[in-house]
Each structure stands twice: as C-alpha cells, then as structure tokens.
Design a protein around this ligand. Structure first.
Ligand SMILES: O=P(O)(O)OC[C@H]1O[C@](O)(COP(=O)(O)O)[C@@H](O)[C@@H]1O
Ligand SMILES: [Mg+2]
Ligand SMILES: [Mg+2]
Length: 339
C-alpha cells in the first residue's frame, strides 16, 4: 500500500513522535521537539537554527553561482587531496562563522580544514561538516549539498578539547542532517526521533515541514555507483552490480552524494562507493559524510554499511578517515553485503 504523507502523519507520528502538520515552520518544529533531546536546554535547538541560518546564506550564493565570482577552483587542495572549489571554501567560511557566532559549538571538524577548529570553549557540542558536497557538480548547475553530524562533547565545558570529544563513533551522534541545494532547497535531519524534511520558501526566508516522518522503502530498483571505476572494483561489488542488471534495476548516479542519497530515501535504492584501486579505503569520509547519512538512513528504516560492518559502529581513528559506503534500502544493502 502506498503510504501517503497524511496517512503516515496520522498513524506512526502520533503514536511515537510529536505530530506536526505539514507547513510547520522549522523554528516552531524545533521548539516543539526540544524536550525530546537528552539535554533539553535549548542549546541543541539553537545549534540547529544556526545551521539553518548559514544554509540560507549558502543557498543564496549557490543559486546565483553563475553570476558572481564563485565558480571554479580556489587554487588550493584540501587534506584529502581534492581540488578545492571556491564554493567549498566559501561554504566552509559561512558555516564556521555562523557556528562561531552561535556559541553552542566548542570544536568543528570540516572537510576543508586539516585539523579541527576550536570555536567556543564553553560550547557543549562538536560538529563535523562537509560544507559543500558534490563539488564536481558546482559549475554545471547540478544539485549539491551540505552534510553535518552533531555530537555532545565528553569533556567538561570550559576545559581544553580532548581527542575523545572529536573522534566519536557515529552511534554517539545526537543529531545529523543535510541540506540539498536542488530544484528546491531542503533541510533533512534527525535527532534520533525519526527523520523530517523541510523545504525552503525563499520569499519568506524560512524552512517549512514538507516531508514528515520520512520512511525509506525497504526495497527499491535503483542502484547508484560510479561504474566508470568498475575495472578496479572487487569481485563481490561487480557481482552485485550484475545482480542489479539481471533484475533490470535502473542505474542513477548524480555524482553528488547528498542528491543520490535523497532520491533513494524517497524512492528506495542503494548508493555504493566501494574500495577502488585509486581509493583502497573508498573515497567518502566517515566523520562528515557517512556517519550523518547512516544515522538518517537507520532512523528512516534503511541501512548503512562499510560492506563488512555497520557504519555507526566504526571507531574513527583520524578526522579525514575514508570508508567504503553502502547505504540505502535495508534489503538492498543486506543483499549487497551478502555477495
Ligand atoms: O566522481 P566520483 O569518484 O564518482 O565521486 C563522487 C562522489 O564524491 C563526492 O563529490 C565527494 O564529496 P565532496 O564533493 O564533498 O568532496 C560525493 O558527493 C560524490 O558522491
Ligand atoms: Mg562530500
Ligand atoms: Mg565537500
């Protein structure tokens, strides 16, 4: 049976989550859910608002990228060897500034910064962020995104930041989400009480609830993988791709992780970035790409794996650690793992 949003709204949400009608402003939604947070003191709510605010600024720049001088390479590389795009650097500045001003974050881990950045020593949260995801698509007007993971610091606020504050497992996330700058701009996040999606209304400058209690279909017929690197895929991956083809699945690959993930979240499907000859550990980064999407996938009934282990159980050893990534519909990920 096709679950309509209203049906989903009237059944599952009311029983286990606070019911919010479609069109609820993000601010009100955060306020009404505050007491769900373990540490319901308003700080996490404020942090989510700070992220939403920064995303509105980045969204404005993304929308007019062709008109202002933010197209193209920045002329520098980041610590995972990627050619930084001007918009990578700009988005990193916007989010860092907003989180600095917000005051809730003590340390920021970013794809665009070699080591973590101290922000507010009194802050109780640590954030890991991919300020601009899908960099290869910036100049060609294809959907791009921002990905974020939020952790509670382990050390006492005001004390120096410890490694244990930074290198936390995905299962320790208190919230995670992404912003998709696509045909419309959406913010999708979880605090461990289901997944909700909000669509940005530019003329009002606000996000409104458009996708309450998002559920990832347990099965799908879409597979997303860059087959251009297929020659260097391990045999199990090649066999799984053949399985998809034998079952007439549809191949879809946007090349922006957030956009490929979002489509599969709505329609069902699997996204795979496996180990390759070029990237023996895979390309995607555990702390600011995989953990957040794994948390959202699981909260929406999906699954996320390295092919061998649950992503959220992986112990990060360093900030920019990579991992093979299999994420999407539960039965499809289980099938892929079985190869
Ligand atoms: O071009 P490839 O090797 O398929 O890689 C594409 C993947 O790399 C990424 O662009 C990596 O993210 P960044 O753009 O944030 O570096 C993903 O968004 C995308 O899924
Ligand atoms: Mg990325
Ligand atoms: Mg990036």
């Amino acid at each position: 049976m096709q679950r309509s949003i209203n049906n989903a709204y009237s059944t599952s949400i009311e029983t286990s989550r606070i019911a919010q009608p479609i069109g609820t402003a993000l601010d009100r939604f955060i306020k009404n859910h505050q007491d769900q947070f373990a540490f319901a003191s308003g700080e996490l709510s404020q942090l989510l608002r700070d992220i939403a605010l920064a995303s509105k600024v980045v969204n404005r720049e993304v929308n007019k990228a062709g008109l202002i001088d933010i197209m193209g390479a920045a002329g520098s590389t980041n610590n995972t060897g990627d050619q930084q795009q001007k918009l990578d650097v700009l988005a990193n500045i916007r989010f860092t500034r907003a989180l600095m001003k917000g005051g809730e974050v003590c340390a920021l881990v970013s794809e665009e910064s070699e080591s973590y950045v101290d922000l507010n020593n009194e802050g109780k949260y640590v954030i890991a962020i991919d300020p601009l995801d899908g960099s290869s698509n910036i100049d060609v007007n294809v959907s791009i995104g921002t990905i974020f993971s939020i952790y509670r610091r382990k050390s006492i606020a005001g004390m120096p930041i410890q490694e244990e504050d930074i290198l936390q497992k995905g299962s320790d996330q208190v919230a995670a989400g992404y912003i998709l700058y696509g045909s419309s701009t959406m913010l999708v996040y979880t605090t461990g009480h289901g997944v909700n999606g909000f669509t940005y209304e530019p003329s009002l400058g606000e996000y409104f609830l458009s996708h309450p209690d998002m559920q990832m279909p347990a099965d799908g017929k879409i597979y997303s993988i860059n087959e251009g690197s297929a020659n260097s895929f391990e045999k199990p991956v090649k066999d799984y791709i053949q399985h998809c083809k034998d079952n007439n699945y549809t191949a879809r690959y946007i090349g922006s992780l957030v956009a490929d993930f979002h489509r599969n979240l709505l329609k069902g499907g699997i996204y795979i970035y496996p180990a390759t000859a070029k990237d023996p550990q895979g390309k995607l980064r555990l702390m600011y790409e995989c953990n957040a999407l794994a948390f959202i996938a699981e909260q929406a009934g999906g699954k996320a794996s390295s092919g061998k282990a649950r992503i959220l159980d992986l112990e990060p050893r360093h900030l920019h650690e990579r991992t093979p990534f299999y994420v999407g519909s539960k039965n499809m990920v289980t099938k892929a793992e079985s190869f």
